[in-house]
Design a binder for this molecule. Structure first.
Ligand SMILES: Nc1nc2c(ncn2[C@@H]2O[C@H](COP(=O)(O)OP(=O)(O)OP(=O)(O)O)[C@@H](O)[C@H]2O)c(=O)[nH]1
Length: 960
């Protein structure tokens, strides 16, 4: 770097030796030596010299070289390209390893060969003094080797040999005469190549063989063709690049050693390589034809209302939007980019939202949830319904039953008890809500007592019972001043009939039955419409078998009985004999001190009828028969038939309320809207109050005699109930609901009952003696809690009356040495009445004894099964306190109860809510094992408490 010094107002540039050495291509030390020889002694390479001194040194070197002989160089060759005296010394140019292509190349190629790009800069090469290169090669073979090694190591650079001749040839053409004047310049190079064959392909030889190029007077105008860009220069390593100027042919020729001082011919320059553009495979043009689409798309196939169709529509919409934004064009491209970004954003947001929802769901699943402790459920109860109602998994319910050896599926129906039990096991207090039970409501309407304020007097309903032809119908005819009996076929009553009479401005309702069986039938069906029974006994016949049955029915009905001792107009009747017979049947006449009024009557003459009516009225007054007329009517169907002109006619008797035309009526399994109402005289009336017998028209079918009728909310409700009954094959639920029929039913009911329990029996035997023997044996059973009640006994087979009576009285029938009539047997099966047949009295008494013992409530006794000590307690918020125990003796079962013993005092006893081993529910834990026990209703269990498990055994008692 030149520095300046001001001398006498003139700026004198100082030149440093190392800069001059670099400029001359000499080593600084060599130059120092030369400086000494030239008379300019210097200390070191940092020393400076003046331009004059420089000129002196350069002149010395020139003269010295001239003296050396053929290697003398022209002063021009040592002259810097710029005037050093101008005060500015140019740095030695450092060639970049790679040079950009000339702008004058024929055609810019898309991807030029790397070798072409490595073409050395001709201008830089031209600026290099040839002598410097020669000196360098001659004095520093090691550097030449190094450069050669780099050339070999870098094939790309080596290939510059082929590219360089382009500039060389041009230079050679221009400067050919000068080139011939300096042929010796190639000799050292040739020698160097001969000495080091491996460097033959390096740049050194060609560079040395092209001095003309470097001495070109005006190389600059041509240099730009190969000029490297400033950037490339900056990136270039500070390394001297030797310019290749020989082609392969030159090198081949140069391989032959030069001979003597032959005039060198014009340097052979290889023809420039013909650039061959790389074959670029033509990219297949995109077909402009649209792809074939199927004629039928998924959208056309799927159901438009299906979820899949919705998905497809949304997908189509998104695609349409996307395609709309991806149309060609800059604006479209921007829109596409924006839309793409928007879609990505939406996608990210939707994914984040989905993840968030998933987290929330997971959190909900895993977070603590307060389980239900109470729940309600309606019938039908299935495992699934129960699971949903109590908020417990269905598998827990199924698991509970599985432990009991019962396999249930999720759709299986559970009984009420099972549902309550499993719910309790799972810690839920289950309440079973029953849907509207219309039948129960109807039953309640029959039994319901209306408010006293609404109650009004009503006529008594009197039922006439008695043996056939004892004059019942004649009696009623006489009372109502009609002659019904004359109109009956054969004089025998075929149907129940009801009439109302007026006596002393008071109405009386009489029900005439074709026999006591019909009465029993009505009672068996629950239609207990009778207030007072008039037992008609013909004085000339006295008490007959059917009379006895009527007495049993009458007594069992529990209503007042008035005896009409009829046909007293007949001569030679013995009324005392009849009174005595009555007394024998536990019907002691009032005139004998008993409670039964016996009125002597004659249907033929009217004897005693007033007294009979007065007695009935007096009895009615004593019992105060009342009813609420202002309510929907209920009552009983006494009889029904199909009338040719009026259709279905039902003979009804109103018990409560008022029946009106237009009412919607349910009667057994029939229903209908009341079209017309007729009184007992067949007069059409609009309504009928309590105790009034009427005939009605309007029912859809002929109802069964003896069933109840109800006025319903509407015809639809009546229809539904009627059809339900018909579907379930029952005439009327009310008559049989909850009534025990078999002996087991009776015994079970008796065990659950309170106070004295009675076993009702009907005994039919082959003879009065047998009856007496059986009665005597059964009378021996005496116990403060149970007793036998023979509600009817008789000689002969079991008949329908017996079955009806047994049905009405919840009794069983003992048939001793007799059988049941066919119709009775069928009826018994239909009514569910049990008929037990015996041939030995001992068997009868033994059976009755066992039955009575079965009615006794069993004795209950606690039996201790095991004990467990509480080792530790755990409090769980959901369940309460769990006692960690060890069974110290016996076993503890899941169905045990336990006494909690603390400090030798029994606190109380509790059932087990759960019994677990580890985490598993178990049915039993044996001695020495540890378990977890949770007590139902007791959370105050403490460490050290003793849990004494026990079961309750029931011990059957005996009459003795
Ligand atoms: N002498 C006399 N005969 C009577 C009397 N009452 C009824 N009779 C006659 O007894 C017969 C039977 O009379 P009903 O009134 O049909 O007798 P019932 O009990 O109704 O007969 P069923 O309808 O078959 O149960 C008829 O021939 C009557 O004339 C009476 O008080 N005195």
């Amino acid at each position: 770097m030149p520095i300046s010094r001001r001398v006498q107002g003139v700026v004198v540039l100082k030149i440093r030796i190392f800069a001059l050495a670099r400029e001359l291509g000499l080593d600084s030390k060599v130059l120092l030596g030369l400086c000494d020889e030239a008379g300019v002694p210097l200390r070191n390479a940092l020393a400076t010299i003046t331009p004059e001194e420089k000129d002196q040194i350069v002149a010395f070197i020139k003269n010295r070289d001239s003296k050396d002989g053929p290697k003398e160089k022209t002063p021009e060759s040592l002259t810097p390209t710029r005037d050093l005296n101008a005060g500015k010394v140019r740095d030695i140019q450092v060639l970049p390893p790679k040079v950009s292509r000339s702008v004058e190349e024929p055609e810019p190629q898309p991807e030029p060969e790397p070798a072409a790009a490595e073409t050395p800069d001709a201008a830089d090469v031209a600026e290099l003094p040839e002598v410097v290169a020669a000196e360098t090669e001659a004095t520093k073979p090691s550097e030449a080797e190094e450069v050669a090694a780099e050339a070999v190591a870098s094939p790309a650079e080596a290939e510059t040999v082929e590219a360089a001749p382009v500039a060389e040839e041009e230079s050679a053409d221009t400067d050919a005469p000068e080139e011939e004047e300096t042929p010796e310049a190639a000799a050292p190079v040739a020698e160097a190549e001969a000495a080091q064959p491996e460097q033959a392909e390096s740049e050194s030889a060609p560079e040395a063989s092209s001095p003309a190029a470097k001495r070109a007077p005006e190389p600059a105008p041509k240099a730009p063709q190969k000029a490297a860009s400033p950037l490339q220069r900056m990136k270039s390593p500070a390394r001297r690049e030797m310019k290749p100027i020989a082609s392969v042919k030159d090198r081949e020729q140069a391989a032959e050693p030069p001979r003597g001082k032959e005039k060198p011919s014009r340097p052979l320059v290889a023809a420039p390589p013909t650039y061959q553009a790389p074959v670029v495979k033509a990219k297949p043009k995109k077909s402009t034809e649209k792809a074939m689409k199927p004629d039928i798309s998924l959208e056309n196939i799927v159901d438009r209302s299906s979820p899949l169709a919705d998905q497809l529509r949304q997908l189509k919409k998104v695609r349409a939007e996307h395609e709309g934004d991806t149309r060609p064009g800059q604006a479209g491209g921007k829109r596409q980019g924006a839309r793409k970004g928007s879609l990505l954003k939406e996608l990210r947001e939707s994914r984040e939202k989905a993840r968030s929802e998933k987290r929330i769901r997971r959190k909900k699943r895993t977070s603590h949830v307060d389980l239900k402790t109470s729940a309600q459920i309606e019938f039908p109860i299935t495992v699934r319904n129960l699971s949903e109602a109590i908020g417990r998994p269905a598998k827990s319910i199924m698991g509970y039953f599985f432990q009991d050896g019962k396999m249930v599926t999720i759709n299986d129906e559970l009984g009420e008890e099972d549902a309550l039990e499993v719910a309790m096991e799972l810690g839920v207090d289950l309440e079973i809500k029953r849907g509207r039970d219309i039948e129960a409501e109807l039953l309640a309407s029959l039994d319901h007592d209306d408010d006293e304020d609404t109650m009004e007097w009503r006529p008594p309903i009197i039922t006439i019972l008695g043996h056939v032809d004892h004059g019942k119908t004649t009696l009623v005819d006489r009372l109502r001043s009609a002659n019904v009996a004359a109109g009956e076929a054969g004089g025998i009553t075929q149907h129940i009939a009801a009439y109302q009479i007026e006596h002393d401005e008071q109405a009386l309702t009489f029900v005439d039955t074709p026999g006591h069986a019909a009465f029993g039938e009505m009672r068996a069906r629950g239609a207990n419409v009778t207030d007072i029974i008039v037992l008609v006994i013909a004085a000339d016949d006295g008490v007959m078998p059917q009379t006895e049955e009527c007495i049993s029915h009458a007594k069992n009905a529990g209503v007042p009985i008035i005896v009409a001792l009829n046909k007293m107009d007949l001569p030679e009747v013995d009324d005392q004999k009849t009174l005595q017979q009555l007394a024998q049947h536990d019907m002691l006449p009032s005139e004998w001190g008993g409670e039964y009024e016996v009125i002597r009557t004659s249907g033929e003459t009217g004897l005693g009828l007033d007294e009979l009516v007065e007695t009935i009225q007096l009895t009615a007054e004593l019992h105060e028969y009342r009813a609420n007329p202002d309510r929907r009517a209920v009552g009983a169907c006494l009889e029904a038939f199909r009338d040719e002109g009026r259709g279905v006619i039902a003979w009804l008797i109103v018990q409560k309320g008022t029946l009106k035309v237009g009412d919607d009526v349910l009667c057994g399994t029939t229903y209908g809207r009341i079209r017309a109402i007729y009184d007992d005289q067949d007069n059409e009336i609009s309504e009928a109050g309590p105790s009034r017998p009427v005939k009605v028209a309007g029912l859809n079918e002929v109802p069964t005699a003896g069933v109840h009728f109800f006025v319903m909310e509407d015809i639809e409700e009546a229809r539904q109930v009627a059809e339900t009954r018909l579907h379930e094959g029952r005439a009327e639920v009310l008559s049989t609901r909850g009534k025990p029929r078999t002996l087991e039913d009776i015994l079970s009911a008796a065990r659950e009952g309170e106070g004295m329990q009675t076993l009702p029996l009907i005994v039919k035997a082959d003879s009065p003696g047998s009856l007496e023997a059986i009665r005597g044996e059964l009378g021996k059973f005496e116990h403060p809690e149970v007793q036998v009640a023979i509600i009817h006994q008789g000689v002969g087979g079991v008949n329908e009356s017996d079955v009806y009576l047994a049905s009405a009285a919840d009794a069983i029938i003992i048939a001793f040495h007799v059988v049941a009539e066919d119709r009775a047997e069928q009826l018994a099966e239909k009514e569910g009445v049990e008929i037990r047949r015996y041939n030995i009295i001992y068997e009868v008494t033994e059976q009755i004894r066992l039955s009575l013992e079965g009615m006794l409530r069993p004795e209950k006794k606690e039996v201790t099964t095991g004990r467990a000590i509480v080792l530790q307690t755990f409090s769980v918020s959901r369940f309460g306190t769990i006692a960690g125990c060890r069974v110290i003796n016996g076993t503890i079962s899941r169905d045990n109860r336990v006494h909690v013993v603390r400090d030798n005092a029994v606190l109380n006893d509790y059932r087990l809510s759960s019994l677990k081993r580890e985490k598993d529910d178990v049915k039993e834990v044996r001695e020495g094992m540890e378990c977890g026990i949770r007590l139902d209703g007791f959370n105050d269990v403490k460490e050290g408490d003793l849990l004494e498990a026990f079961r309750i055994d029931e011990i059957q008692r005996t009459l003795s």
